[in-house]
Design a protein around this ligand. Structure first.
Ligand SMILES: Nc1ncnc2c1ncn2[C@@H]1O[C@H](COP(=O)(O)OP(=O)(O)OP(=O)(O)O)[C@@H](O)[C@H]1O
Ligand SMILES: [Mg+2]
Length: 374
């Protein structure tokens, strides 16, 4: 798919901005704090119904206002046209309209307009906590499988309720055993399906990832990624999950929280059989991350039959020059790409020769100038 245009109203520092896009590379150029990332954030709202920066909706309306709106037009790989309108006000909350019909559940939209993002926050994926890696798996799976997203939502709901019962029990010394049993059943039912899907995904994703990595590195490095569930299961995941919860039940009551389940999963990243986190160089971490993102693109396209849009925020500052240009070179050939950069000087247009490029200059929350080519 590709974005054809977008209009922002009171979105961050943009009062009213309107942009038209090329199917090739869209370079969003401007100094610091002028409103570049905000444009990518608005596109992420269209695709994911929320901010990719994981910010709450109420932070988004332009200071001094209490509502924002986004309108966007998208074209699918098979030429289908879609129009999205998102409006938010502090009083009525957020509403998403697709072709003028209100969308009630975000799972109806997520996956229709697939995206792959690479932004400064993503560098925590290989260096940070397991939560970062779960987020990665969830982002890919949610876009390719509506049922996964629905299971995940239900799992989180059951987890929240179960934790509340355990915590209330700890504080009051009276445990509501019937309620606990009911939410344990829900937790196990949804959690087992989440774990099974993650397991299938990561073994399937392995090959796509290895070939993406090999396009970035000459040779001699063997990368891998492996699912590390919070518990291993020899028989059915569901039975083992129940047994594990029984095993830790005393500790759970003492702590007032659920201690096993997919909210404790991790993904182990390795390079030449050694843990990436412990042994890799900075540069190897960065290459690993870029390979994950390129593989994410290929995997989503294969599974959905729809080409994702790539959003690259600030890669010129996060990656060294050589890595940034080779990354942009590879990614810009894949499909529609959005790249933010503080200036055009650091930008080597040579690798963009073969794709159409459109420049959008942003200043103080306005798009001051748009042009094609240099
Ligand atoms: N709700 C809001 N209303 C008005 N301005 C906001 C709001 N939220 C954030 N801002 C400001 O909007 C400006 C633009 O932010 P944005 O992240 O888009 O900048 P940027 O061009 O990506 O900058 P950088 O190059 O530093 O990443 C910043 O000054 C930010 O503080
Ligand atoms: Mg920015």
């Amino acid at each position: 798919m590709r974005f054809k245009k977008v209009q922002l109203e009171n979105f961050r520092n943009h009062s009213e901005s309107s942009l038209e896009f090329t199917p090739g590379v869209n370079l969003i150029i401007g100094g610091n704090a002028q409103g570049k990332t905000s444009i990518l954030e608005a596109l992420s709202y269209v695709c994911l119904t929320k901010s990719f920066l994981q910010q709450s909706d109420f932070t988004v309306p332009k200071f001094g206002t209490d509502l924002f709106a986004i309108e966007a037009a998208m074209e699918g790989d098979r030429s289908s046209l879609n129009h999205a309108r998102i409006v938010y006000s502090s009083g009525t909350g957020k509403k998403y309209f697709l072709n003028r019909n209100e969308v009630r559940r975000s799972s109806e939209v997520i996956g229709m307009f697939p995206i792959v993002m690479l932004s400064p926050g993503d560098f925590a994926l290989t260096t940070g906590s397991p939560a970062e890696r779960r987020k990665f798996a969830d982002m890919v799976l949610s876009q390719i499988s509506r049922s996964y997203l629905e299971e995940l939502v239900e799992y989180r709901r059951a987890l929240k309720q179960r934790n509340k019962i355990l915590l209330d029990g700890k504080i009051s010394n009276i445990l509501d055993k019937d309620m606990l049993a009911a939410w344990t059943d829900a937790l196990v039912a949804h959690g087992s399906r989440v774990m099974t899907k993650r397991e299938e995904f990561l073994s399937d994703f392995q090959e796509t990832f290895k070939s993406a990595y090999s396009t970035l590195v000459e040779s001699g490095e063997a990368p891998g990624l492996y699912y590390e569930p919070s518990f291993g299961s020899r028989d059915s995941v569901q039975d083992t999950f129940h047994k594990e919860l029984e095993r830790v039940s005393r500790v759970e009551r003492a702590r007032g929280a659920t201690l096993v389940g997919p909210h404790r999963d991790d993904i182990r990243f390795v390079l030449n059989d050694r843990s990436l986190k412990e042994f890799a160089s900075q540069g190897q971490h960065k290459t690993f991350l870029v390979a994950l993102k390129i593989a994410e693109f290929h995997y989503i396209r294969k599974m959905l039959g729809e080409t994702p849009v790539m959003l690259l925020d600030d890669v010129m500052t996060e990656l060294d020059y050589r890595r940034a240009t080779s990354t942009i070179g590879v990614i810009s050939g894949l499909g529609q790409t959005f790249i933010t950069a503080t200036d055009m000087l650091s930008f080597d247009e040579k690798f963009l020769d073969t794709v159409s490029t459109r420049y959008h200059h942003v200043k103080e929350g306005s798009v001051v100038y748009e042009h094609v080519g240099i």
